[in-house]
Ligand binder design. Structure first.
Ligand code: BES
Ligand code: MN
Ligand code: ZN
Length: 498
C-alpha cells in the first residue's frame, strides 16, 4: 500500500474516489461543504432527502457529483461532532476503507484527517490514519495457492493535511508507514504456521531484518553457547523438541554510546503443546501464536529503524518449541537458571517464564535503562481482561504509567495488575528456590512474580498479551499488538528526554 500526503481543496482534486465526512445530523465537514459549494448544494439537497444522517457506520457513494473533477465521492458518517474521540476516528477511517474496497477504485483521496478529534493533533491523525488503514487492508496469503490480487484493488491513498502543517504531517506519514510495516511484520510472523515458523526460521528472519537496515545488528546465540552461559531454564523447554533453540539479539543504534538502551524481551515459543503437561486438543492450533511476543519485538525494532528514531534499542527474543518427547522435561525436574536461582518445573506448560527468565538475566549485560518483556504468558490474563487490554505488571510505577499512557495514545491499551509481595508465597517449592507455577489463583500475577525475581537489577515491566496478540474465530489472525504501544512508548520517552 502506498500513502501520500498533500494539501488541496476537494473541488480541485482529481481522484477515483474522494472521501469526506458528514456529522450527525447531516452536518457537512469542511471538506464536504467545499464539495457542496462547488456543486450547487448537490450534497445538502441529497442529504435532506434522507439518504444519510451522518451516524458512524453509515456511508453514501456518489458518482459524477457536479462541480468537482473526482469520479466518485464517498461520504462517511462521523457521528456527533462533539463525541469524536480517537476510537470513533478509528471506526470512521476503517469504515471508509471497507467502503472504498468495494468500489473497485485503485486510488483514493481522504479528507478524514481533517476531522477534529478530541485530544489529538494533525500528526497523530495522519500517523494513525496510515496505521488503521494498513491494518484494515491486511491479508495473509502466504499459504494460499491463489495469491494474485485482482487489478481492482486499492493501491494508493492520499491523505489531506492543512497547508500550514504539511511538513509535520509528512514526517507523521512516514512514521505511520514505518509503524504499519512493523505491525505487518509482527502479524506475518504470528500467522505463519509453526511448521514454517521454527526458531531457526525466526533467526533467519532476524538476519533479514539486519540486512534490510544497516542500523540493526543481529546476533544469534546457539544452544552450545546457551549451555556455557548457564541458560538451563531456557534449554529445559526446548530439550524435548527436534528444533534447536535460538536466542536472537537485535541491537539498534540510533543514538550515541552514552545513551542507555531500552531492552525489549519477547517470548518466542513457536509452538506450545504444553510439553509433558500436554494441552487439551481443542484450539491447540492457536499455540502457533505463542511467539507473538517475539514477533512484537521484531515489529517494534523494524518500526523504530524505519523511523530512524535517535534512540538505542535492544531486542532479545528467546525462540523455542515446547514439545513432549522422550527427552522432554518431566514435572518435578529441577533446573538452575542463568541467574543461579533453581526452579522446580511442576508444569511444563508454564514454559514462557522459563525461557524469559534467562533472557531477562542475559539482558543485564546491556546495562538497560528499562527492560520490557512481552509474552503470551497466561490463559488467566484472557480470563481477567479478555481480548481488549494487555495485562501490565511492573516493578516501577512511573514506567507502568508511561506504558499505560502510550497504550491510550496508540489505541492499544494495557491495564495494570498488582505485583505485591503477598503473591510470591504461591511460588514456594520444597525442592528448589521456586516452583514455576503458583496455583489456580491470580495466575497472571504469579507468573509476573516469577519473572520479577529475574528483573531485580533494573526497571522492568511485563506485558501479558495472551488476550490481545490474536483474534480467534472465523477471522483468526494475529493483531500485531502491542507494537503500536511499544513504538509510541519509545517515541514519547525520546521526546520527553529532549
Ligand atoms: N502460552 C500459554 C498461555 C496462553 C494460553 C495464551 C491460552 C493464550 C491462550 C502458556 O504457555 C501457558 O500454557 N500457560 C499456562 C500456565 C499454567 C500452566 C500455570 C496457562 O495459562 O494455563
Ligand atoms: Mn504453555
Ligand atoms: Zn506458552
Amino acid at each position: 500500500m502506498e500513502f501520500h500526503i498533500k494539501s488541496r481543496s476537494p473541488e480541485k482534486q482529481r481522484s477515483a474516489c474522494l472521501v469526506a465526512g458528514v456529522h450527525e445530523s447531516r452536518k457537512l465537514t469542511p471538506a464536504a461543504q467545499a464539495i457542496d459549494d462547488a456543486g450547487d448544494k448537490y450534497l445538502s439537497n441529497l442529504l435532506r432527502k434522507g439518504d444519510m444522517d451522518g451516524k458512524i457506520g453509515q456511508s453514501l457513494l456518489l458518482h459524477n457529483v457536479p462541480g468537482i473533477p473526482a469520479e466518485r465521492v464517498l461520504l462517511v458518517g462521523c457521528g456527533k461532532e462533539a463525541d469524536l474521540d480517537h476510537r470513533q476516528y478509528r471506526k470512521i477511517v476503517v469504515n471508509s476503507i471497507k467502503q472504498i474496497k468495494q468500489t473497485g477504485a485503485r486510488e483514493a483521496v481522504s479528507y478524514l484527517p481533517g476531522l477534529e478529534v478530541k485530544d489529538r493533533d494533525s500528526r497523530w491523525k495522519i500517523q494513525y490514519a496510515v496505521q488503521f488503514t494498513d491494518h484494515e487492508l491486511y491479508q495473509f496469503k502466504d499459504f494460499k495457492s491463489a495469491k494474485k490480487d485482482s487489478k481492482k484493488t486499492l493501491r494508493k491513498i492520499t491523505l489531506m493535511a492543512p497547508r500550514e502543517e504539511l511538513a509535520q504531517c509528512k514526517s507523521a506519514l512516514s512514521r505511520g508507514v514505518a509503524l504499519a510495516a512493523g505491525v505487518k511484520l509482527a502479524r506475518d510472523l504470528g500467522n505463519r504456521p509453526a511448521n514454517a515458523c521454527t526458531p531457526t526460521y525466526l533467526a533467519q528472519q532476524a538476519e533479514e531484518l539486519g540486512n534490510a537496515f544497516t542500523s540493526i545488528e543481529v546476533t544469534v546465540v546457539e544452544e552450545q553457547e546457551m549451555e556455557e552461559l548457564g541458560m538451563h531454564s531456557l534449554l529445559s523447554v526446548s530439550q524435548g523438541s527436534a528444533q534447536p533453540a535460538k536466542l536472537i539479539i537485535f541491537r539498534y543504534q540510533g543514538a550515541g554510546n552514552g545513551s542507555k538502551p531500552v531492552v525489549l524481551v519477547g517470548k518466542g515459543v513457536t509452538f506450545d503443546t504444553g510439553g509433558i503437561s500436554i494441552k487439551p486438543s481443542s484450539a491447540m492450533d492457536e499455540m502457533k501464536f505463542d511467539m507473538c511476543g517475539a514477533a512484537s519485538v521484531f515489529g517494534a525494532v523494524a518500526a523504530v529503524a524505519g523511523m530512524e528514531l535517535p534512540i538505542n534499542l535492544v531486542g532479545v527474543t528467546p525462540a523455542v518449541e515446547n514439545m513432549p518427547s522422550g527427552t522432554a522435561t518431566k514435572p518435578g525436574d529441577v533446573f538452575t537458571s542463568m541467574s543461579g536461582q533453581t526452579i522446580e518445573v511442576l508444569n511444563t506448560d508454564a514454559e514462557g517464564r522459563l525461557i524469559l527468565c534467562d533472557a531477562l538475566t542475559y539482558s543485564e549485560r546491556f546495562e538497560p535503562a528499562v527492560v520490557i518483556d512481552i509474552a503470551t504468558l497466561t490463559g488467566a490474563c484472557v480470563v481477567a481482561l479478555g481480548k481488549h487490554a494487555t495485562g501490565l505488571l511492573s516493578n516501577d510505577d512511573p514506567l507502568a504509567a508511561d506504558l499505560l499512557q502510550a497504550g491510550v495514545t496508540a489505541g492499544d491499551r494495557a491495564w495494570q495488575l498488582p505485583l505485591w509481595d503477598e503473591y510470591e508465597k504461591q511460588l514456594e517449592s520444597p525442592f528448589a528456590d521456586m516452583a514455576n507455577i503458583g496455583g489456580r489463583e491470580a495466575g497472571t500475577i504469579t507468573a509476573a512474580c516469577f519473572l520479577a525475581k529475574f528483573a531485580r537489577q533494573y526497571h522492568w515491566a511485563h506485558l501479558d498479551i495472551a488476550g490481545t496478540a490474536w483474534v480467534s474465530g472465523k477471522n483468526k489472525c494475529a493483531t500485531g499488538r502491542p507494537v503500536p504501544l511499544l513504538v509510541q512508548y519509545l517515541i514519547q520517552r525520546h521526546e520527553r528526554q529532549n
